[in-house]
Each structure stands twice: as C-alpha cells, then as structure tokens.
Design a protein around this ligand. Structure first.
Ligand code: PHE
Length: 451
C-alpha cells in the first residue's frame, strides 16, 4: 500500500507547530519566564531553542524522513544490526503514556468550555474556584466522559488520514488559535493596571536568573517542541524529500516561541490587573483565570474563547501523539489504519482510568516518591523517558548514523545549503546530549545542593 504524505508546506508547518504549541506554551512558559527574571530568562530560553531544540528537531525530522517509516523502523532501517530500535520503542511508549494523561487535562478543558458556555461558572464566588476545580476532578464520571470525548475527537481526525485529517484540521484551527490569542491580548492589555503584568513578564532582571532557571529553560525548550517521543520522527516520515527541513524547523520553533510569548501577554496583565497571584499548571487556567474572567467586562465571552483556545492547543498535540502510536502499530503489525486507531483509542481510555481515579477514589495509592498515579506517570515520562529519548536520538545521529549522513538528508541531498552545519554537528555530538543529561540528573534531584 502506498504511504500517504503531507500535501503542502503550510500543512506540515501547521501540524508540527500544532504539536509543539500546547499546554506547555500556555500554562508553563509565561509563568517560568516571570519567575526567572523576565527578559533575562527569555534570552537563555532562546539560546536553548537555537543550540539544542532546533538541532534535535532537525535530527528527528531527518531520521524519520530518511526511510519514510514509523519511529521504531526508522532506527532499524538506519542501523539494522544494532539495538537502536529500542529507542524507537521507548519513544512510542512515551507518546502512548503521555497521551493517556494529557487527554485527561484536555478533558477538564472541555468541561470548562461547556460550563463557561452555559454560564455555570458565573455563579461561583471568585475565591471558590479552587474548590470547584477539586470537585470536578475528584468525581470521576465527568472527567472520564470528557477524556473519552477528547480521545474520540482525536481518533476521528486521524481516521481521515494525514492529508485530509491531520493536515486539514491543523490548517483550519491553527489560524483560529492565532486569531483568538490576538483577541485576548487586546482584552488583557487594555485593562487598567495591565502594565504590572507586562513588567513581570518582560522586565529583564538578571538577579532572578539562577542555575535552576537555566535548567528550567533547557528542559522546557525540549518539551515545548515535542521532542524525544518519536512525534517529529513520525511527522518527518510523512514529509516529501524535497521539503526544506531546516526552514521548517526554524519556523516551528519561531511559531512556538511567539505563541508562548503571546500567551504570557494574555495572562499576566489580566492576572495583575485583578490583583491575583501568578501560578503555573492546572491552578492557573482552572482556578486563577476563571476568577479573572469573572471580574472582567464581557468576561464570560473571553473566558469561553480562552478555553476554546486551549482546547485547540491541546487537540493538535493529542493528534500528534496518537499518530505516532498509530503509525507504529499499523505498520509493525500490518493492521489497517482504522482498526488500529479504534484499538489504540480504547487502550488509551483504559490506561487513563487509573489516572482519572487518582484524583478521587485512588488518591491514596502512591507510586513514586509519594506521588499519585497521574503525577507518577507525568514524572516518569517527562523527567525520565523524554530526556533519555533525547540523549539517545543525539547519540544515534551523531555516532551511529553519522552527522555526514544526517546532513545529507537534512539538505535534501545537497538541494539546499545547510549553512550552520558546523554548529549542528557540535550540538548533536556534544552540546545537546550533555545538556540533556544535566537536566535529566537535575530532574531526578541529583543537584539539589544548588537550590
Ligand atoms: N509541546 C507540547 C506543549 O508545549 C507538549 C507536548 C508534549 C505535546 C508531548 C505533545 C506531546 O505543551
């Protein structure tokens, strides 16, 4: 059977940027920027994107496009004798596990969209959203239904294939995401007292920038570009040989960074205008922001748009995660695509159930370091599997496949000039694996002395 490819350049960009732009851009980046010295942190972050993010992304695109097969087979085809395909298995498993809990968070977002649309959030007192959110998560029925809804929507998009499914969907919703974010920026910066928020976000304060901040920038640059879990390898395998991978990687990284900054411009002026505390994670979008919207003129409308924005960001990410798993299973076991999608969706839902229950009935079950099931899965994938996957891809490209061969693929056999080849080579050989190793050890708590 002939394998499908992406149809247009804009489509590839929308899909890859869609994967990169996710909850990390909206609920994490703005906060860690503010906390670590604003513009000072942004500079470090940009350096990480340039020196590590883009080279690793290029490597993944190249590994995938070389043989146009799934993430496991891509390693095997390049190195038939070695055991490198195990890093493919690791990547696909990481994508599978991350999707099982990422879809729960996306499910909460869907709950808030409905509640915002029906106006039921309006009746909650400004200081009551903490309790409101806890009530939503401890009672498993609604989260389970919403998680299923997220998985089914993702599956439907995948049913239509690469070109008419993922590509078309991304081409429609990504511009919508940009429009909504622009609309929200206008609302936020025109609030009285918005300036303090912009200062929190952008004023360079080098005294706030610690080693911890630098490592946070590093780790985030990796996560936000969806690296280390086979997604970019899989997308690469659907890209035409004549596509310029270098330009594509720059564009994805630029789009991702711009949206992250825009998210900060939406969130902090509003949070500061109403005298609330900035936070990161679920607390920000499910507890702090509803209180902000409540106080704002036309708040319900902006709240609804905000949750639609997050749902788009989340869905384009779930699509990329599920595609990675589906491409692998359907090719490896010669199963039909639709059958695979149905099976994977069911399996994901089953795996999600213990995580959903870990906020309520199973909250006493602790797996790692006193963490519940949901947090343990998040920790093991984000802090362990992702960095290991990242190091493996660098070592594989630099020392097994060879930078020379990788560069051939990246430059489309010399069709395009690859000006920063030297820097790329230094990055995949030394800078990236070492830097990722350091964040890995740091994430495990090995350097707690620096805190
Ligand atoms: N890159 C996404 C973000 O910034 C996160 C993500 C991780 C997406 C894993 C897909 C897979 O939120």
């Amino acid at each position: 059977m002939k394998r499908e490819n992406f149809g247009t350049r804009v489509g590839i960009l929308a899909a890859a940027a869609g994967s990169a732009i996710g909850l990390g851009n909206i609920w994490k980046f703005p906060y860690i920027t503010g906390k670590n010295g604003g513009a000072a942190f942004i500079l470090v972050y940009l350096a990480c994107i340039l020196l590590i993010g883009i080279p690793v992304m290029l490597s993944e695109f190249a590994v995938g496009r070389k043989n146009q097969v799934n993430a496991v087979e891509s390693f095997k085809k390049i190195s038939p004798k070695g055991k490198w395909h195990w890093s493919g298995y690791l990547a696909v498993s990481t994508a599978f596990i991350i999707l099982s809990f990422y879809s729960i968070i996306a499910g909460w977002v869907f709950s808030y969209i409905l509640r915002s649309a029906t106006g039921s959030l309006k009746n909650i007192p400004a200081d009551g959203f903490g309790e409101y959110f806890t009530n939503l998560t401890i009672n498993p029925l609604e989260p389970a239904l919403m998680t299923l809804l997220v998985l089914v929507i993702t599956a439907i998009i995948l049913f239509f294939g690469i070109k008419t499914g993922i590509e078309k969907f991304s081409k429609i919703v990504m511009p919508l995401l940009v429009l909504i974010i622009i609309l929200l920026i206008f609302r936020s910066v025109t609030l009285p007292g918005a300036k303090a928020g912009l200062e929190f976000l952008f004023k360079p304060d080098f005294s706030q920038l610690s080693i911890h901040g630098v490592l946070e920038a590093l780790g985030h640059s990796f996560y936000t570009l969806s690296l280390g879990m086979g997604i970019i390898i899989t997308f690469g395998s659907y890209i035409n040989k004549k596509e310029n991978l270098v330009t594509l990687s720059y564009q994805v990284a630029i789009a991702d960074t711009i949206i992250a900054l825009m998210a900060g411009i939406v969130i902090f002026p509003a949070v500061f205008a109403y005298g609330l505390e900035p936070t990161a994670g679920p607390g920000l979008i499910f507890i702090t922001l509803p209180a902000v919207f409540k106080a704002m003129p036309f708040g319900q409308f902006f709240e609804f748009m905000f949750f639609v924005l997050i749902s788009i960001a989340a869905l384009t990410s779930t699509v990329s995660l599920m595609e990675t798993v589906v491409t692998f299973i359907s090719e490896q076991f010669s199963l039909g695509r639709k059958k695979t999608i149905s099976m994977v969706t069911l399996a994901l839902f089953i795996l999600a159930i213990p995580s959903i229950l870990s906020f309520g009935p199973l909250s006493d079950i602790k797996i790692l370091k006193g963490m519940n099931i949901f947090d343990s899965l998040d920790f093991i994938t984000g802090q362990v599997f992702l960095p290991i996957g990242g190091i493996l891809i660098c070592v594989f490209v630099a020392w097994v496949w060879g930078v020379k061969n990788a560069t051939k693929e990246i430059s489309s056999e010399g069709l395009y000039k690859f000006k920063l080849k030297g820097l790329y080579s230094a990055s995949v050989k030394y800078i990236s694996p070492l830097a990722i190793l350091i964040i890995f050890l740091y994430g495990l708590g090995v350097f707690n002395i620096f805190k």
